[in-house]
Design a protein around this ligand. Structure first.
Ligand code: IPD
Length: 275
């Protein structure tokens, strides 16, 4: 595994570490999946599940990152909350698409981003400067670092460049609570007639990466958590996307994240918000 000097904030080095650790964790959850999977707990609702593999993946990721860079912080979906002193906080989703993992659908990922504080960059006040998303079922490794473009398995990727909403294939996702889903279903009745079609793939990180690779024309979601989008947002931006929040004054994240070609993003935002 790559080791790095804790004081070095070189984005390319951080992206390599994110990628190495994401692949290691991804291979581990893939191995665990082959032995079967059971639900260990549920979170915001009965359908918001956590498996033992989510927990093991997060443990492995935290240990690998802090072994390489002991002064960094880590924020993880399954509870990691380590404050660092280096200025870098790793934002980690140990399995994004846990429901897909549970059903063995091939759309779950490990998502790891190195972030720095920046109130204007995202709703949680962090900006990713390097990140990687790995899908162990397909072997796809997406990575990006600030100013360095985005790659899929080492080859550069760019967004589709779609500028018309009527022919755009748009991905979205749904939260786990009944109240949130009612709002999301209402939004969908407005958006669906205005676009080519909708995809609900089940992993926000993978949605953003598929969008970055030109396989989707746009993506939006309400109510994402920082670990769902930290690496994917950077990968999408570095592939040419505009990623914005609810309005001019609100950074992407919670309540909303919209990602599209810079010439399409306002049409998407208006369609979703019903402006
Ligand atoms: C979920 C997935 C899903 C999105 C949800 C997320 P999880 O993350 O990314 O696609 O629609 O909002 O919570 O629970 O699988 O880590």
């Amino acid at each position: 595994m790559t080791s790095a000097n804790s004081n070095a904030h070189d984005p390319q080095t951080l992206a390599r570490l994110a990628a190495d650790v994401a692949v290691t964790a991804g291979e581990r959850i893939f191995e665990l999946r082959a032995r079967g999977v059971s639900v260990s707990a549920s979170k915001s609702s009965e359908v918001d599940i956590v498996t033992e593999a989510d927990r093991e993946s997060e443990r492995l990721i935290v240990e690998a990152l802090l072994t390489a860079r002991p002064d960094d912080g880590v924020l993880g979906e399954e509870g990691a909350g380590i404050k660092g002193t280096s200025g870098i906080t790793w934002v980690v989703d140990p399995i994004d698409g846990t429901v897909n993992y549970f059903y063995d659908l091939p759309a779950y990922t490990v998502s790891i981003a190195a972030t720095v504080p920046d109130a204007s960059a995202s709703a949680d006040g962090r900006r990713a400067i390097a990140g990687a998303v790995f899908n162990p079922r397909t072997g796809e490794l997406f990575d990006a670092w600030e100013g360095g473009g985005s790659r899929l398995n080492g080859s550069p990727i760019t967004i589709s460049g779609k500028r018309e909403l009527t022919t755009a294939l748009v991905a979205t996702g749904f939260g786990y609570t009944v109240e949130r889903r009612i709002e999301q279903a209402e939004t969908l009745t407005r958006v669906l007639p205005l676009v080519r079609d909708i995809r609900r793939i089940g992993s926000a990180a993978y949605d953003l990466c598929n969008f970055a690779a030109g396989r989707l024309d746009a993506y939006y979601e309400r109510g994402l958590q920082p670990w769902d989008f930290a690496a994917g947002l950077l990968i999408a931006r570095e592939a040419g996307a505009a990623v914005v929040g609810h309005d001019e004054d609100t950074a992407p994240g919670t309540p909303f994240l919209f990602a599209a070609d810079p010439a399409l993003v306002e049409q998407l935002r208006s369609a979703v918000l019903g402006d």
